[in-house]
Design a protein around this ligand. Sequence first.
Ligand SMILES: NC(=O)c1ccc[n+]([C@@H]2O[C@H](COP(=O)([O-])OP(=O)(O)OC[C@H]3O[C@@H](n4cnc5c(N)ncnc54)[C@H](O)[C@@H]3O)[C@@H](O)[C@H]2O)c1
Ligand SMILES: O=P(O)(O)OC[C@H](O)CO
Length: 356
Amino acid sequence: MENGHTGKHRVAVIGSGNWGSVASRLLASNTAKLPSFHDEVRMWVFEETLPTGEKLSESINQAHENCKYLPGIKLGTNVIADPDLESAVKDADMLVFVTPHQFVEGICKKLVGKLRPGVEAISLIKGMEVKMEGPCMISKLITDTLGINCCVLMGANIANEIAVEKFSEATIGYREDKEAANRWAKLFTTPYFLVSVVEDIEGVELCGTLKNVVAIAAGFVDGLDMGNNTKAAIMRIGLREMRAFSKLLFPSVRDNTFFESCGVADLITTCLGGRNRRVAEAFARNGGKRSFDELEAEMLHGQKLQGVSTAREVYEVLTYHGWQELFPLLSTVHEICIGQLPPTSIVEYRLAEGQS
Ligand SMILES: NC(=O)c1ccc[n+]([C@@H]2O[C@H](COP(=O)([O-])OP(=O)(O)OC[C@H]3O[C@@H](n4cnc5c(N)ncnc54)[C@H](O)[C@@H]3O)[C@@H](O)[C@H]2O)c1
Ligand SMILES: O=P(O)(O)OC[C@H](O)CO
C-alpha cells in the first residue's frame, strides 16, 4: 500500500484536542525523518473562536502551537491545522482518529465517500458506542461506516507527559493485517515512545475504554481520602472486572493483553494522574452535589471526560444481559455518577459470589 502521487504515505490526524495535538507532534517528528512518509501531517481541527477573536486553526498554523489544548508545546512546522474535514483527509492514505468517542460516529458519516481508495486507519480513541444490537467498539464503527481496516493504539499515555518526551509505552491491537499494524508501529515509535503490536484488537480497545470507568472509582476514593490501600484494591477489582467483561463480550480476548501497556499500565497511570480521576475526586469532595458536566466544564476548559459516559454505556450492556451483580464496581460507578448512590458506596458493594 502506498500513496499513488508520490509513493510516500500521507498522514492525516482527525482530532486536535490534548492527545490529538500530542499525537500529531509525535507523528510529524517521525514523518520528517522517515523516507517512506510525506513530511506534512494534516490535523483536522474542530474549529472554535479563541477569546482573542482568532480562529483556533489559524492560531495553530501561525504559532505552531495549540494554545487551547496543548499550550506551551511546539507541534512542528509540518503539522498543518485544517478546519475542513474533507480537505484534511482528501490526500491521506493513513488516517489517525483521535477525538472524544461521542463525536466519532458523526465524523465518520461525513467522511463516507470522501476517502482515497485503500486508506488505512488507526484509532487512539478510548470509548465505545452502545447500539440496539449491542456494544460497538470505535474501531469497528470506523470499519463498518467507512469500509476501511482500522487498528487501535492504546496505552499508559497521559498526553502532557508524552508532549515533553518522557518515556512511555503503547500497544497496537490489530485484526489479521499484521503488515498494517507494523506500518503504524513504525510511524509511532520514537526512542521515548515504544510500541508493541498484538493480535487482539478487542482486548486492547476494551482495556483503553474500561480503565476510564475504574479511574472514576479511583477519583472517588481520593475525594473521600480513603488512602492508598483502598485505591489499590479498587484498581485490582477494576482490572479483574475489566478482564471478565471483555471476555464475556469477546471470548477471543487474551489474558496477556492485560499485561501490556494498554492494560495494567494504563490503568495505573490513569488512576494516578488522569483527568477522569481528577474530576471524580472533585465530585466526591463535593458530596456528589455538583454534576460531572459542571465540573468538567470548570476544570478541563474544553477537554472531555470519557469515563462517565463509558460507565453509562457499560451499565446499559450489563443491564441488557442481567450482569450487574457480576460487575459490582463497574455498576456502582455509574450509579454514583447519576446520583443514585453516594460516593461512599464505592467501597460498600459486595463481591459477587465466587469472585475474589
Ligand atoms: N489526553 C490524554 O492524555 C489522552 C491520552 C490517551 C488517549 N486519550 C483519548 O484520546 C481521545 C481524544 O482525547 P483528547 O485528549 O485528544 O481530546 P480533549 O478531551 O483534550 O479535547 C476535546 C476535543 O473535542 C473537540 N470537540 C468538541 N466538540 C466537538 C464536536 N462537536 N465534534 C468534534 N470534536 C469536538 C474539541 O475541539 C477538542 O479537540 C479520547 O478518547 C481520550 O480518551 C487521551
Ligand atoms: O486523562 P484521562 O483520564 O482521560 O486519561 C488519559 C489517558 O487515557 C491515559 O493513558
